[in-house]
Design a protein around this ligand. Structure first.
Ligand code: GDP
Length: 139
């Protein structure tokens, strides 16, 4: 059975452009409850840890430099079928391919500055959520 929690972070391009409020509104209107949220900035090293799975990819250095370049807003979200429904709400990784009306279609600038992250499995949602939040901070 699909889990009911996912993890997201609004990325530096969207926070810097002042789009975080509009994005959070879309998330809530789509039926997600915010379980935990904060505004923070990653060091390049910590961004590297978060994206460890992409270490061998050619874009790893650009990705970690970009993800540590400004403020991000990580969140844990709750809804039935959370992971899949949230991936639908954000759209494809490359905003040029993201379906109309998705968060990336509306707010992303490029494949790396693509506005928002969404976990790709229940297992990763739990790992990524605990990367940013302790059990004590989740409600
Ligand atoms: P996601 O699950 O849709 O975020 O995509 P992935 O897990 O495959 O990739 C993680 C992040 O790496 C993406 O959100 C992009 O920011 C970045 N990324 C993925 N593919 C590319 C690429 O081909 N070039 C660059 N520059 N960044 C990429």
């Amino acid at each position: 059975m699909a889990g009911n929690r996912t993890f997201t972070m609004i990325k530096p391009d969207a926070v810097g452009a002042g789009n975080s409020g509009a994005i959070i509104k879309m998330i809530e209107e789509a039926g997600f409850r915010i379980v935990a949220m904060k505004k923070t900035q990653l060091t390049k090293e910590r961004a590297g840890q978060f994206y460890e799975v992409h270490k061998a990819r050619p874009f790893y250095n650009d990705l970690t430099a970009y993800m540590s370049s400004g403020f991000i807003i990580p969140m844990i979200l709750e809804k039935d079928n959370a992971v899949e429904d949230f991936r639908k709400l954000i759209g494809a990784t490359d905003p040029a391919k993201a379906e109309k009306g998705t968060i990336r279609n509306l707010f992303a600038k490029s494949i790396d500055a693509n506005a928002i992250h969404g976990s790709d499995s229940d297992e990763n949602a739990a790992i990524e959520g605990s990367f940013f939040f302790s059990k004590f901070e989740q409600f």
